[in-house]
Design a protein around this ligand. Structure first.
Ligand code: HEC
Length: 110
């Protein structure tokens, strides 16, 4: 019986660690996503914004706000026809990783 209990604890622990790592934000992955999905085209390399593309400054913004915005754009709760094609096929995890990266950008001109 004692043996069973140990196993249960181990299984619980392993599944918990997996769940945590899946939910974690990965800023390094976010950087790759930022490059691959042309975010810099409208928001700049430092998230400083690109006025000619009407892209606002996003660097240094709170991660939770970035995540909310991305989810709202994808769900079309908030309208953003210019950006929609670039994010429509990204996942919630992609958004979390992007938020983790963008929140650490300076938002300053180069
Ligand atoms: C074609 C241009 C374009 C591209 C590419 C683009 N965006 Fe945007 N983005 C915009 C525009 C325009 C807005 C402002 C929308 C509005 O008026 O509400 C915006 C708004 C945002 C906002 C909300 C800013 C705020 O203060 O509410 C975030 C966050 C954001 N973009 C992140 C990204 C990320 C991350 C990517 C890459 C996956 C990306 N954008 C790619 C044009 C773009």
């Amino acid at each position: 019986m004692f043996k069973d209990l140990k196993w249960t604890t181990l299984v619980a622990f392993v599944s918990l660690s997996c769940a945590t790592s899946l939910m974690a934000q990965d800023a390094q992955r976010g950087e790759i996503l930022y490059d691959d999905n042309n975010c810099m085209m409208c928001h700049g390399n430092n998230g400083q914004g690109v006025p000619s593309e009407n892209g606002p400054r996003i660097g240094g913004q709170h991660d939770w706000y970035i995540l909310t915005s991305l989810n709202n754009f994808k769900a079309k709760v908030r309208s953003n026809p210019a950006m929609y094609p670039y994010i429509k096929s990204l996942s919630e995890q992609d958004f979390k990783d992007l938020a983790a990266y963008v929140t650490n950008l300076t938002g300053m001109e180069e």
